[in-house]
Design a protein around this ligand. Structure first.
Ligand code: NAD
Length: 466
């Protein structure tokens, strides 16, 4: 019998490697592991290897991620699955958001080097990887977060272990597999992006405490942001918001109304940046409401129906009821006995300052309107109702002094003037995008450099040429 020793050696080597790293041909495949420990070990191994790849390679991998996401069938499939699995948001918006995350998240060009040269030589300050990053993703933007975090973290030379929300695990795992398959095809180390087959709070805790995870990035509510910040590791927290929009008497009311309805109804109000309450100066409030209604808002005036809605969509008037988060205006109205068509994009009502719809980050297209006597009171209340999140706020005004006053006082990471909230993440507004907006820890709109360490490299005396 002829024994092909070379072939046997090859197979044994591959099996051993697969056992060690998680195989692309294993039961789950392409970066999906049984346990969090295995996922992290594979990620650490991949990161070491990744350090030997060039910046041009990294950019090729970024382009590979973009290509996977923007391929029509992938984009449509993941957008559909995200809505079906999480029960939140709307397909058409998920398509826009996923493509946006792929196309407008910066790659290696973000890593600009600082150089100092002079009589004493040359000093470089470069953005270098942390290593293995643990990234926690929300259920409201499951794939968008995986896309923009993967691009930014890999561009920065890191590898990433994801902890998706259990409610959107299927679509997250599907996407991670697709991305890894493409990266392998491009010659990248295996397992640059990994996760576990059963994401859970327990697995997230293992990840947060694992010594090989050098940085934690939490995109989610206050609980998880606090959790990562309490680990003693470098942490980036992208937390909750409750974005107010102020409209004063100098604003272009027709445009303000349209922008507010469009911003508030984007992906059924899921984005953390979306308009969550309007604060309107009395003088223009009626005209604003009239124009909002002309742009797809449905006004509810009956106090009984509003009360019914409060009972339905909140948990004890303190939190949003999860089964209504990201649902459409049509769906919500139907549940209180009002039949409308899909042309209704959001539900509006006048409300007092202490109303639960004003105070809670609802994440559904219900937009309360608080009437105030003047712009100064509007700004004061906007600051109050933003609850110190310092996340996002909008203002429609032509008064530069008042725009400046609100921007200064509210101290939000994003402040949009005379536009819809999404202009703040690069949709019809200047600038790149991200779905990880880090207010609490101060990185702002995160990009590759946010996930890097600054390191100084000094050459004494030489290499200055002046
Ligand atoms: P969430 O806080 O319930 O969950 C976020 C992630 O953290 C999930 O993966 C979840 O499994 C995990 N998690 C939550 N509590 C945990 C704990 N105690 N231990 C371990 N893991 C835990 O939030 P969500 O409902 O998925 O997302 C909506 C929230 O996220 C909103 O408050 C929204 O404003 C915020 N958000 C912020 C940004 C931003 O960029 N700042 C972006 C998107 C969403």
């Amino acid at each position: 019998m002829n024994i092909d020793v070379e072939l046997i050696e090859k197979v044994v080597k591959k099996v051993l490697n697969d056992v060690e790293t998680g195989s692309s041909e294993s039961e789950y495949g392409y970066g999906i592991f049984d346990t969090m420990d295995e996922a992290i070990e594979a990620s650490a191994k991949a990161q070491k290897e990744y350090m030997n790849h060039s910046m041009a390679d990294r950019q090729r991998y970024v382009e590979g991620i973009r290509e996977v996401v923007c391929t029509k069938e992938n984009l449509e499939y993941m957008s559909k699955l995200a809505v079906e699995e999480s029960g939140m948001g709307a397909y058409e918006y998920k398509v826009i958001k996923n493509r946006l995350a792929a196309v407008k998240s910066p790659g290696v060009e973000d890593l600009t080097t600082e150089a100092l040269s002079g009589d004493d030589g040359l000093t470089l300050v470069e953005y270098c990887p942390f290593g293995v990053i643990g990234a926690i993703a929300p259920t409201t933007n499951p794939t968008e977060t995986v896309i923009c975090n993967s691009i930014a973290m890999l561009a920065g030379g890191n590898t990433v272990v994801f902890s998706p929300h259990p409610r959107s695990k299927g679509v997250s795992i599907w996407l991670i597999k697709k991305l890894n398959a493409k990266l392998e095809e491009l010659g990248a180390p295996r397992n640059l992006i990994v996760t576990v087959k059963e994401p859970s709070i327990e697995n997230t805790n293992i990840m947060m405490n694992h010594p090989k995870v050098r940085m934690l990035v939490a995109t989610g509510g206050p609980g998880i942001v606090k959790a990562v910040m309490s680990t003693g590791k470098k942490a980036i927290g992208a937390g909750a918001g409750n974005p107010p929009v102020v409209v004063d008497e100098t604003a272009d009311i027709e445009k303000a109304a349209k922008d507010i309805v469009n911003g508030c109804s984007f992906d059924n109000n899921l984005p953390c940046i979306a308009e969550k309450e309007v604060i309107a100066v009395d003088q223009i409030a009626d005209y604003l409401i009239f124009n909002m209604k002309n742009n797809g808002a449905y006004e509810v005036k009956d106090p009984e129906i509003i009360e019914k809605m409060v009972d339905l969509v909140t948990k004890d008037r303190k939190k949003p009821a999860v089964n209504f988060v990201g649902k459409s205006a049509q769906y919500i109205l139907d549940k209180v006995g009002i039949k409308v068509g899909p042309e209704v994009k959001c539900i509006i009502m006048e409300a007092p300052k202490d109303h639960p719809f004003v105070q809670i980050e609802l994440m559904m297209p219900i937009l309360p309107i608080v009437r105030v006597p003047n712009v100064d009171e509007a700004i004061d209340f906007a600051v109050e109702v933003e609850h110190g999140n310092r996340h996002t706020a909008m203002m429609h005004s032509k008064n530069v002094d008042k725009l400046t006053k609100m921007a200064k006082e509210i101290e939000t990471t994003i402040f949009v003037k005379n536009g819809p909230s999404y202009a703040g993440i690069g949709v019809g507004g200047m600038g790149y995008t991200t779905f990880t907006i880090a207010g609490p820890t101060g990185e702002g709109l995160t990009s590759a450099k946010s996930f890097c360490r600054k390191r100084r490299c000094v050459l004494q005396d030489g290499l200055h040429i002046r």
